[in-house]
Design a protein around this ligand. Structure first.
Ligand code: KG4
Ligand code: ZN
Length: 369
């Protein structure tokens, strides 16, 4: 079954084509990052308008990449929430028009469910390298402990079967991705902030080799930032570490940014980026492993833009006694293939939409624990 998946919930216009929920045939993403970078964050009106411009060319490229015609498509899937209302509408309307014209089923997929199903995509499409971690073809079995960490969510989901989700933990304030984006802004780095923080943190190694005699500011910068453990709950809170980072940046003279030459600035930024990343990675890794143990999970799945983070991937793989599936970074950030993959299992459950499908910007995911 060949499913076309459309994703426009935020700032990526994305179309993926997937056979039988696993075989990745095409995954084309038109990123709007450059458009929003000038504003330091996603501007909803600009996003909606750009989706409308990019949808047709993205669709055409996906069909060409997959080497299929529209007539070969067996079902059309689309993200209908959560996300930005105007952005979601562009994708949903396009999907409806396609499903109606082709006379094939329409599937409305939850964006967060899509992030989990990226783990089912074996990167076996034409010209693609094999997946770096075993996709759950060697399925460890249910239940699976899933961390979905993105710009809008940081959720711990217990997946007890296809389509069967329990929300056992979530952030009480900022999402992890949002915290990364805000931290990057404080440190004068670009947007989106996650990859910038990662890059800055990785650059620290180069500095240490040149000179390892810590001055006062350096010692200050190298002190660990706080971790919010939220007692023994599985919830997260990232607003405290965000504020702590701002204060630290002020203390070492990085914030507010000044024009004067500061020889040490790049190194201090790298050190603070590293401390910030370590705080978030520590908490996310520990909570995910606690959850897995508490619910006797048989494996772990990571999904969402933040799980593209190299340090997080490394830590979870190193610390987990259970099998771990983490999609390649390009399938962790928003894409259409994950929507097509999730839709395949949804189709099998008979959960098919009709032309009354509407967007829901705050579409919930998972039964509360
Ligand atoms: O899932 P996603 O692409 O879009 C949403 O559903 O929100 O996630 C986007 C978020 C952004 O906040 C971005 O900064 C973060 O994922 N992100 C990262 C990395 N790559 C993207 N965060 C940390 N490290 C990364 N390498
Ligand atoms: Zn996402």
């Amino acid at each position: 079954m060949l499913i076309l998946g459309i994703e426009t919930s935020c700032d990526e216009t994305a179309v993926g084509i997937v056979r039988d929920g696993r075989e990745l045939r095409a995954n084309v993403i038109a990123s709007q990052a450059a458009l929003h970078a000038a504003h330091g964050g996603v501007v909803p009106e600009l996003a909606s308008r750009q989706h409308i411009r990019d949808l047709q060319p993205t669709l055409q490229r996906a069909l060409a990449d997959a080497g299929v015609a529209l007539a070969d498509v067996d079902a059309v899937a689309v993200t209908h929430g959560p996300g930005l209302a105007g952005a979601l509408i562009s994708g949903v309307n396009t999907a409806k028009a396609l499903a109606m014209t082709l006379n094939v089923p329409l599937l409305g997929v939850n964006h967060l469910e899509g992030h989990i199903y990226a783990a089912w995509l074996a990167a076996s499409g034409p010209g693609r390298a094999p997946a770096p971690s075993p996709a759950p073809s060697n399925e460890p079995g249910f239940p699976l402990a899933c961390l979905v960490a993105s710009g809008g969510h940081t959720d711990l989901i217990l997946m007890e079967g296809h389509g069967d989700y329990r929300l056992v933990g979530r952030t009480r304030d900022d999402a992890a991705g949002e915290a990364f984006d805000k931290a990057a802004r404080v440190l004068g780095l670009g947007f989106p902030g996650g990859p910038e923080i990662q890059r800055a943190a990785e650059s620290l190694a180069a500095f240490t080799e040149v000179d390892d005699s810590p001055g006062t500011r350096r010692a200050q910068a190298a002190t660990p930032l706080p971790r919010a453990w939220m007692r023994d709950t599985l919830d997260f809170s990232f607003s405290g570490v965000k504020t702590a980072l701002l204060h630290r940046a002020q203390d070492v003279g990085l914030y507010p940014p000044s024009e004067s030459i500061d020889q040490d600035a790049d190194r201090l930024v790298a050190q603070l980026a590293r401390e910030f990343q370590e705080s978030l990675v520590d908490v996310m890794t520990a909570k995910l492993l606690t959850m897995a143990e508490r619910y006797q999970a048989r494996g772990l799945i990571l999904g969402g833009g933040v799980t593209a983070n190299a340090r997080l991937r490394q830590r979870v793989r190193a610390d987990s006694p259970l099998p771990v599936v983490i999609p390649p970074p390009a399938l962790c950030t928003d894409n259409g293939a994950m929507i097509a993959a999730g839709a395949f299992y949804q189709y099998q459950r008979g959960d098919i939409a009709d032309l009354s499908l509407d967007v829901d910007p705050s579409l919930p995911f998972g039964q509360p624990a």
